[in-house]
Design a protein around this ligand. Sequence first.
Ligand code: SAM
Ligand code: SF4
Length: 324
Amino acid sequence: MKKINYLRVSVTDRCNFRCRYCMPEGTKEFIPHPEILRYEEITEIVKVFTEFGIDSVRLTGGEPLVRKGIENLIAQIRELKEIEDISLTTNGYLLSEKARSLKEHGLDRVNISIDTLKPKKFAFITGTGDINALSKVLLGLKKAIEKGLEPVKVNTVLIKGFNDEEIESFIKLSEDYGVEVRFIELMPVGGKFFSKENFISIASIKEKIEKEFGKLIPAQTKKNGPAKSFIVEGTNARIGFIPSISEHFCDSCNRVRLTSDGKLRLCLMSDKEVNLKSVIRNPEYKRHHLRKAIAEALLKKSGINGIEALESLGCSRKMFTIGG
Ligand code: SAM
Ligand code: SF4
């Protein structure tokens, strides 16, 4: 059986942004509140997962910082001694006001999604129409570093003709803030936004960087998941690459996902899900029921190959309901 040690937990499908590649325009339907796992239920599920070797948890969404009392969930997970690393992926909009309390409640580190460093384009791609949104997110980035939510990483989804001319600015961002910028390939999970025309491969971005800015020197980074990190020669910039589409990484995949409505998703790209909420909400619930459900599910994971799922478009969920 594969070694699975990383659990991504989506705490909500709601979001204060409407990124065009994630949440299709006009999305109005969200999971009804009673169907969303309560914090105690998430903690119980994480607890049982630790018995199967999970030692890292990432909170995601939707936007995890819009869920009320997210700090309480962090504190509950922090109590589990088997969990070594608690991280959170955020759009950063609420981070400047929350960074301190997130740290105090036990969060280790954050990843912040920033796809462009131009305020107007940022307002467009995030669907906020807010020209000040980017500066608010950059303030969040600064605060996260100040409060020690490190290593802070920036996630940038590559979109051809939109941000592939901003590579130099992202290199500068990495140097100025001392953070790793990770370029991610656009995936076909956000409704109609994805197309061959706006897809740009990691290989072509690497080539562009080496041609225009300097050789990419492999770097070691702790806790880097599927990203491969490099230093751009002659600079202090640290750049990571996640070729989710062009170089699938099923063989080295160490993760599973829990959706906010309590479904265990064995592969990002496959709709094979196991309903853990129905186990945990059964009035006769005992911990061994969850143990059995998780054990059976993890056995199935080794039979999944995401790229096949991708080719057959086995992923019917939108990204904001999975959490990336
Ligand atoms: N709201 C938080 C955020 O934006 O960071 C967390 C949830 S978001 C779904 C997690 C990550 O998925 C983000 O870095 C986002 O850029 C990425 N993502 C969303 N849709 C994507 C897509 N179609 N292709 C590639 N990455 C995507
Ligand atoms: Fe919200 Fe994150 Fe999706 Fe953007 S990528 S719509 S911030 S969940």
